[in-house]
Write a protein that binds this ligand. Structure first.
Ligand code: ZN
Length: 425
């Protein structure tokens, strides 16, 4: 398998080659360039790839015949015949993205241009052992494709975003703490068998960061995605490259982006790790809901071990803060926002970030307090503030960001990164 590289800088600098045995590589390269720059012409492509006009014309013809690109018009510049310009054929191929969250399953269908054409969300089954969840996933994917009227053979792959820890080599989750009843589950193998699809598995926070970059690529991307789900973690992109850390090596578990023991509140409670006020004790949704119950803002009796109960309770706390102006609810959410700001500031200082993006399934409940406080707090304490500000924003994609990221990764790996997957004859 090729190294995963969903980045902008390295990829755009790739050059083609005129040797016949790498014809497939060239097709992938040309397709990717056309996706990134709709309305590009053959002479632009010749310039950007270094291929001959003859080779490039053959590739474009094959991509058109395969239904992956189409002529989007003709442009006249100077003398001579008008130039044909191309764009990808959005309906030429699709990818699916699935986000397995302890509270809910989100599913999206992306077209070849990267737009989300259909999506659905269901609650994660009450006894969330893997087999119940797999049954539901199979059913949901069937329903989504029927609703979107997309033939299954047009789906290139399924990307799955899941809580860690992740065994990257085998595409397996290993005892995720937030999914009761899940031991060592070979997600990639089991889903590939059930669905007869290529399956790519990624950690939820990393998938969210990929989704953000995919949806709105920028020149140089240095961002941390603060993923607020049942757990809290960070997905990291530096110099346009997604980071995966030592866990991407064979036989290791991926723990990259584990921010559980960064300090959210220096005066907070002791943590089992020996620190004080770690994210794991101060900023997790379940703990915030417990504090709200203890202070009488939320009714007693909620089972905070149940991710769906926590999600509903947190939403209610947010409603009390924003709609009712309840001072205790407001205080609890602002304390959480200050914790996320402190974590964001530590990451920005360490990694020299351009931006911090907040999102994930619990983001809507945290959004008002975070958008009020986090941008100012991060930049007040950011050491390089004399040189540049850190942009703090909410996700551009919304609640499906993990699923969109997984789908874009699946598309990138099977169509744009792996020449062997493109059989154009
Ligand atoms: Zn700790």
């Amino acid at each position: 398998m090729t190294p995963r590289s969903l980045g902008t800088t390295e990829r755009s600098a790739r050059r083609g080659t005129n040797l016949p045995r790498v014809a497939e590589y060239n097709q992938v390269l040309v397709l990717d360039l056309i996706r990134r720059s709709p309305g590009t012409s053959r002479s632009d492509l010749v310039q950007r790839t270094g291929l001959t006009m003859q080779t490039l014309s053959n590739i474009c013809q094959r991509l058109v015949a395969a239904g992956l690109i189409r002529e989007s018009g003709r442009v006249r510049s100077g003398v001579g015949a008008p130039r044909i310009v191309y764009e990808v054929e959005p309906t030429g191929r699709y990818s699916l993205g699935l986000h397995i969250d302890p509270a809910r399953l989100s599913l999206v269908l992306l077209d070849l241009a990267g737009s989300s054409v259909h999506s659905s969300t269901v609650a994660t089954p009450e006894s969330p052992g893997p087999s119940h969840v797999f049954d539901l996933i199979e059913e949901q994917i069937g329903a989504l494709l029927t609703e979107a009227a997309v033939a299954p053979e047009l789906v290139a792959a399924l990307g799955v975003a899941t809580p860690g820890p992740l065994d990257v080599e085998h595409g397996a989750v290993v005892g995720p703490p937030l999914l009761p009843g899940w031991g060592h589950v070979h997600l990639r193998e089991q889903l590939a068998q059930r669905l007869a699809l290529t399956v790519v598995v990624e950690k939820d926070s990393t998938a969210a960061a990929i989704g953000e970059v995919w949806a709105a690529p920028r020149e140089a991307e240095n961002l941390a995605f603060l993923y607020l789900g049942t757990g809290v973690s960070a997905g990291l992109v530096l110099d346009g490259q997604v980071l995966r850390g030592s866990g991407s090596a064979a036989g290791r578990l991926s723990h990259l982006g584990n921010i559980g023991h960064l300090t959210a509140d220096p005066d907070g409670e002791r943590c089992a790790c020996g620190g004080r006020g770690c994210v794991a004790v101060a900023s997790l949704p379940a703990g915030i809901v417990e504090a709200a119950i203890a202070r009488g803002v939320l009714p007693e009796g909620a089972d905070t071990r149940d991710a769906r109960v926590v999600e509903a309770s947190l939403a209610e706390l947010s409603r009390r803060a924003e709609a009712d102006g309840d001072p205790v609810a407001t205080e609890l959410l602002e304390v959480a926002a200050r914790g996320f700001a402190r974590v964001g500031m530590q990451l920005a200082n360490l990694l020299d970030l351009d931006s911090i993006v907040l999102g994930g399934p619990q983001w809507p409940a945290f959004a008002p307090a975070c958008l009020r406080l986090v941008p100012g707090l991060v930049n007040e304490q950011y050491v390089a503030r004399a040189d540049h500000e850190v942009e703090v924003r909410g996700t551009a994609i919304g609640g499906h960001v993990g699923a969109v990221g997984a789908a874009s990764l699946a598309m990138s790996e099977t169509i744009f990164d792996a020449p062997g997957q493109l059989y154009l004859g």
